[in-house]
Design a protein around this ligand. Structure first.
Ligand code: RIB
Ligand code: CA
Length: 306
């Protein structure tokens, strides 16, 4: 399978970007491109972060820069969580790589046509690029073989508002468009990563690795101890790596529910809520509610200690 990862790299995105480069996955899975979007940090910073991650992975993957703001809402970032540079403020955010000239949305459309039926798209940030690609190319949902979205909150346990998860809350309109246009989304909601966190002992084993990748991982994730102190986390929530693991190995899914996911674009307390209509005659998503986390953790350890 060939993949595009659309990302607002942040720390968990960066960890997820490593998974296709775990030993033994290529050539079954090939990362064709990384597209970048405004989210955790400004898209210009995301471009640098993705370049730095691809450098340490020694990956030949091109970067396509995307939307620098949501469809309607003003920009929202998460430097308080991911650090001022989006990679833990550890001085990692530097690269000589530059994005290609083509816009991310156009690249998604072009690559989906070129690899019709054999290209998967993994969305790890706000869905601004994916929605724009749908509007530029209405046939896109028919060309993308699999769409995996990290986002939403199936039990409305929000992390950005009381009801909404960050990626949907940053750009509710784009999330609404994507779930109205695609009929086969695999949605990995926030609660899964909250209910199934990586144990600290494994996290520290990866951080203790001696390879350049492990040292990069360790530097980038020093900030995770701040998360523990600030939020009382008993482990490490890794939403984006879980979504990538689900994409690369559907056996990671332990339980999923089929439903019509509707994203609220109203302006009440429920804005960006992802509601699940189990009775709808036309479901549009498999919502992953439980994973075999040990499989995902193995992928992460293999990718980042190599
Ligand atoms: O809510 C978690 C999501 O928001 C993750 O993708 C994280 O990187 C942030 O973008
Ligand atoms: Ca993300």
């Amino acid at each position: 399978m060939r993949w595009i990862i659309d990302t607002d790299a942040g720390i968990d995105d960066a960890i997820g970007l490593g998974l296709p480069f775990a030993p033994g996955l290529a050539p079954t899975h090939i990362l064709l491109a990384v597209t970048t979007v405004s989210g955790n940090v400004h898209v210009a910073q995301v471009n640098v972060n993705v370049g730095a991650v691809l450098d340490v992975l020694e990956a030949p993957t091109p970067i396509y820069s995307g939307c620098d703001r949501p469809m309607i809402e003003p920009r929202v970032h998460a430097e308080d969580f991911h650090g001022p540079d989006g990679l833990g403020g550890a001085g990692l955010s530097k690269t000589t790589r530059r994005p290609e000239r083509e816009h991310a949305a156009l690249a998604i459309s072009r690559l989906a046509r070129q690899h019709r039926g054999a290209l998967g798209l993994i969305a790890l940030g706000p869905l601004t690029n994916v929605a724009l690609a749908c509007n530029l190319d209405p046939e896109l949902p028919h060309h993308i073989a699999r769409l995996i979205v990290m986002g939403g909150a199936w039990q409305a346990r929000g992390n950005q508002t009381s009801a909404a998860e960050f990626n949907f809350a940053v750009d509710p309109e784009s999330a609404h468009v994507v779930f109205e246009r695609f009929s086969n989304v695999i949605m990995v909601p926030w609660e899964v990563s909250l209910d199934q966190m990586m144990p600290f002992e494994l996290f520290e084993r990866i951080r203790a690795g001696a390879t350049p990748r492990a040292r990069f991982f360790a530097a980038m994730t020093r900030i995770v101890y701040d998360w523990r102190d600030q939020f009382g986390f008993t482990g490490v929530p890794l939403p984006d790596p879980l979504a990538v693991a689900v994409a690369l190995d559907e056996g990671v899914i332990a339980r999923a529910v089929q439903a019509r996911v509707k994203v609220d674009i109203g302006h009440s307390v429920g804005r960006a809520l992802s509601s699940l209509d189990y009775r709808h005659p036309q479901p549009n998503a498999q919502v992953v509610v439980q994973v075999h986390a040990d499989v995902a953790w193995q992928m992460i350890e293999r990718a980042w200690t190599q």
